[in-house]
Design a protein around this ligand. Structure first.
Ligand code: HXC
Length: 258
């Protein structure tokens, strides 16, 4: 499928999506978000793909929703189009893991998209922020919610009220990103991590993802119960038998993704 705003490639068992509007620092226009959804649909349906990496350029993961496209919207435009539910939340419904490999600016909707992914690997030049307040609006793709859960109220509130950006080191200390990597190595490392995930049992990876995500939606007691049910269900997977047999026999497992 020809895409205009993203580049879509496969690297072995990994799907790679690169946001590609360099002149606008990858501002997330409606056409880009639509293409991103189409690319995720295709990777989700592709049995060869076990994980996805979403990245941008070295200067910008994405500098936000496209301000020029948004500026003249009316309330009714936004309400009737269900801006931004349509499209953007496709990232959160993907059952395969998505790693955000973030270099440069991840601002506004760009920060929000990175937080919709399963985890963020940050280049040492990454900058995260929710600067919407500086242009007279507030985060609209989950920023006030996901950032607060990731870094706590104090930092999230300061960032949303002032627009202050967090650098990669602060983002790592605050728990927003899993690791910081030299910018030149970011993509290779993200692909390596994604390939490792893709080499595990696909259904068991999906169960693990579903269970971690449940932590954000439930009480501890309910979450523990949910995890236990999913844990029990892994004993119905051929791959659990294979994984444990391989351990006992001191060999590498050969997962069948069943
Ligand atoms: C549209 C954008 C853009 C954006 C940058 N550009 N960000 N266009 N929407 N979010 C465009 C600029 O207009 C410019 O185009 C080109 O990209 C390069 O940007 P510069 O500003 O010249 O680059 P630089 O001086 O390096 O500054 C980088 C920057 C700055 C600090 C990231 O661009 C910036 O502050 N951008 C806006 C960040 C922001 O407020 N994001 C939140 C958006 S609201 P021209 O044509 O002039 O060369 C949001 C709400 C989400 O995301 C809610 C859910 C949808």
């Amino acid at each position: 499928m020809p895409y205009e705003n993203i580049i879509v490639e496969t690297r072995g068992q990994v799907g790679l999506i690169t946001l590609n509007r360099p002149k606008a620092l990858n501002a997330l226009c409606a056409a880009l978000i639509k293409e991103l959804g189409q690319a995720l649909d295709a990777f989700e349906a592709d049995g060869e793909i076990g994980a996805v990496v979403l990245t941008g350029s070295e200067k910008a993961f994405a500098a936000g929703a496209d301000i020029k496209e948004m500026q003249s919207k009316t309330y009714m435009d936004a309400y009737l189009a269900d801006f931004i539910t349509n499209g953007w939340e496709r990232i959160t419904t993907c059952r395969k893991p998505i790693i955000a490999a973030v270099a440069g600016y991840a601002l506004g909707g760009g920060c929000e998209v990175s937080m919709m992914c399963d985890f963020i690997l940050a280049a040492d030049n990454a900058k995260f922020g929710q600067p919407e307040i500086t242009i007279g609006t507030i985060p609209g793709a989950g920023g006030t919610q996901r950032l607060t859960r990731a870094v706590g109220k104090a930092k999230a509130m300061e960032m949303c009220l002032t627009g202050r950006m967090m650098d990669a080191a602060e983002a790592e200390r605050a728990g927003l990103v899993s690791r910081v990597i030299p910018a030149a190595d970011l993509l290779d490392e993200a692909l390596k991590v994604a390939d490792r995930i893709a080499s595990m049992s696909r259904p068991v990876v999906m169960l693990a993802k579903e269970s971690v995500n449940a932590a954000f939606e439930t009480t501890l007691t309910q979450g523990i119960k949910f995890e236990r049910r999913l844990f029990h269900s892994t004993f119905a997977c051929e791959d659990q038998k294979e994984g444990m047999a391989a351990f006992a026999e001191k060999r590498s497992p050969v997962f069948k993704n069943r």
